[in-house]
Design a protein around this ligand. Structure first.
Ligand SMILES: [Cu+2]
Length: 360
């Protein structure tokens, strides 16, 4: 028993529920209890209402530096638009904010969010929004049912910190999601997310088209393929090529990168991986705990994750779904271009090839 004492002391030091000490100790203890929704109401909003900055992928709104809860207004417009799905391929997408995925929303835990959903007069159908970050019936879906040419408003308090998916929940729900109606909302902890050098917004999803993969022209939704979960495309940020070539993400050697990664589905689980990198931190399922030193992380349909890694070596790093046929045959490929000086102590490439002669 004697030899267990130091180990026991260590375990007690990091056991959930044992940290009832100062705020400083909570900040350094990744196992500290954040209290969930019961501790998420930080009081009434203070100051004048703020209009939320919304961004299109891969951009992320600026970190929140406020120290008090606020009344935050989100203005989002649904548009039904013909958008590129690949080279010479288009699809009539139903969008939050004119793009797939929808605009990124960033609020602070305890904020009161006034959500104004507008449906453009040119839309053919009503739409609504279910925010996984909202506590209340349907995540706001019933309250936000909006016909073309109208606007609805509902309000919720963001009680739980984390990264959450939002999506349309108008029947037929699967079709509305399959047509592009999803995005991410980040609820920052009161002290803010730890600072990193680069933040990007990436969302995986599937498209089910009548035509085969890369068949040119305007493609339409294939209900049978969707029910059978046989997507024609699996893509990052709404289309093949959204994150490759001139659209690649950028970073410099020595920087820390955080990806806010969501999976809109509507069907598949993502095995998200960055070739040539290891995730230093993974906030699994978009929650407040992080795992360290992870190669590939599972992201469920309707789920999200935050991953962080420091880049030490220049080059191209590919974002993939490691269910790898999706990458090479359905479009699930992105790129992070890292610039900077070579780092041969960490990685030495381009070494001369020599002949190999087996001895037996
Ligand atoms: Cu919809």
């Amino acid at each position: 028993m004697k030899q267990l004492t130091p180990l026991l002391a260590l375990m007690l030091a990091v056991t959930p529920g044992c940290d009832r000490g100062s705020r400083a100790s909570q900040e350094v203890n990744p196992f500290a209890d954040t209290g969930g929704s019961a501790k998420g109401d930080l009081g009434p909003p203070e100051g004048d209402p703020i209009t939320a900055e919304l961004t299109h992928a891969p951009a992320v709104p600026a970190p929140i530096t406020r120290k008090r809860p606020a009344h935050v207004v989100v203005d989002m417009e649904v548009r039904e638009l013909e958008l590129p799905l690949g080279d010479g391929v288009t699809y009539t997408a139903w969008t939050f904010g004119g793009t797939v995925p929808g605009e990124f929303i960033r609020v602070r835990q305890g904020d009161t969010v006034e959500f104004r959903l507008k449906n453009h007069p040119d839309s053919k159908l009503p739409h609504n929004i279910d925010l996984h970050a909202a506590t209340g019936p349907g995540g706001g879906a019933v309250s936000s049912f909006t016909s073309p040419g109208y606007q609805t408003t509902f309000t919720f308090k963001a009680l739980n910190r984390g990264l959450y998916v939002y999506h349309c929940a108008t029947a037929p729900v699967g079709m509305h999601i399959a047509n592009g109606m999803y995005g991410l909302i980040l609820v920052e902890p009161p002290e803010g997310m730890p600072r990193v050098d680069r933040e990007y917004y990436v969302m995986q999803s599937e498209f089910y088209t009548k035509g085969v993969y890369r068949e040119k022209g305007l493609q339409t939704f294939d209900q049978d393929k969707a029910i059978d979960e046989r997507p024609t495309y699996v893509v990052f940020n709404g289309r093949e090529g959204a994150l490759t070539g001139p659209n690649a993400l950028k970073a410099k050697v020595g920087e820390t990168v955080r990806l806010y990664f969501g999976n809109g589905g509507p069907n598949l689980i993502s095995s998200f991986h960055v070739i040539g990198e290891i995730f230093d931190k993974v906030y699994s399922e978009g929650g407040s705990r992080y795992q360290e030193n992870v190669q590939t992380t599972l992201v469920p349909a309707g789920g999200a994750v935050m991953v962080e890694f420091r880049v030490e070596v220049p080059g191209d790093y590919h974002l993939v779904d490691h269910s790898i046929f999706r990458t090479f045959h359905k479009g699930a490929l992105g790129s992070l271009e890292v610039e900077g000086p070579e780092n041969p102590a960490i990685f030495l490439g381009d070494q001369a090839a020599t002949e190999h002669r087996p001895t037996k």
